[in-house]
Design a protein. Sequence first.
Length: 57
Amino acid sequence: MDQGIIGSIFTVVVFVAFIGVCWWAFSGRNKKRFDEAANLPFADEPTTNEQNEKRES
């Protein structure tokens, strides 16, 4: 096998992997898990009621 065939095979493998990752990321069954992960940075923040109580005291 020469270098051109190896490069072509590698390109096809990477393209198939890319399509697989896109399909996995945008599939409907993962939406709930991804939505929960997207809100993780806000999970540790106190609610606005807790913030208002701290300001009043």
